[in-house]
Ligand binder design. Structure first.
Ligand SMILES: CC(C)(COP(=O)(O)OP(=O)(O)OC[C@H]1O[C@@H](n2cnc3c(N)ncnc32)[C@H](O)[C@@H]1OP(=O)(O)O)[C@@H](O)C(=O)NCCC(=O)NCCS
Length: 151
């Protein structure tokens, strides 16, 4: 099995969007992915496994905080550390330069994702009530400090 984590390309958008639609009840549009891809500050990563797209991660910088905005792994590839590899690649990029930390929102019922983020040092710092449009589920806000040294 070969696994590569690399930057997302425009040619990945169809496969990324297909996985997005299989994963979320309210999927991002292709346009939104394309916008992130074109953005100067965004980090857009995919995991390619045996020439198939098995996952992706999108994050962007807002002021001095990184926001993990989207992360998904194909159902058949879960629990094989695809998300962990994407997160490690993301931290390898982001930890090089000073920033305040990382944040994200996750459904309070999403035990798998919460456990994944905890394993990377995220802690819950609050709740956004009725955050999700489709069913008004609450979002847990998670945070991780920058671990580098300030100048
Ligand atoms: C959450 C998600 C991205 C995890 O991807 P993954 O590639 O399966 O995760 P990993 O294999 O890297 O898991 C790393 C760790 O996270 C935790 N974890 C992952 N899935 C878990 C599950 N189903 N139950 C409990 N813990 C889980 C475990 O601690 C795991 O380590 P371990 O396997 O050594 O015990 C994947 O389940 C997914 O795409 N879910 C649907 C979309 C989603 O919820 N995205 C996040 C939105 S905020």
């Amino acid at each position: 099995m070969s696994r590569v984590i690399r930057t997302m390309q425009a040619t990945d958008l169809a496969a990324v969007h297909a996985l997005e639609r299989r994963t979320y009840p309210r999927p991002w549009s292709v346009h939104l992915f394309a916008q992130e891809l074109a953005g100067e500050s965004a980090i857009t990563l995919v995991c390619e496994q045996d020439d198939e797209l098995s996952g992706y991660l999108i994050a962007d910088m807002f002021v001095d905080v990184w926001h993990v905005m989207n992360l998904a792994v194909a159902e058949s590839c879960r629990r094989c550390h695809v998300a962990s590899d994407l997160m490690e690649a993301y931290f390898a990029i982001t930890e090089m330069h000073a920033h305040r930390g990382h944040t994200l929102e996750v459904r309070v019922s999403n035990a798998a994702a919460i456990e994944l983020y905890r394993s990377f040092g995220f802690v819950s710092t609050g709740v956004r009530p009725r955050y999700y449009d489709d069913d008004h589920e609450d979002a847990l806000i998670m945070w991780r400090d920058w671990e580098g040294e300030s100048a």
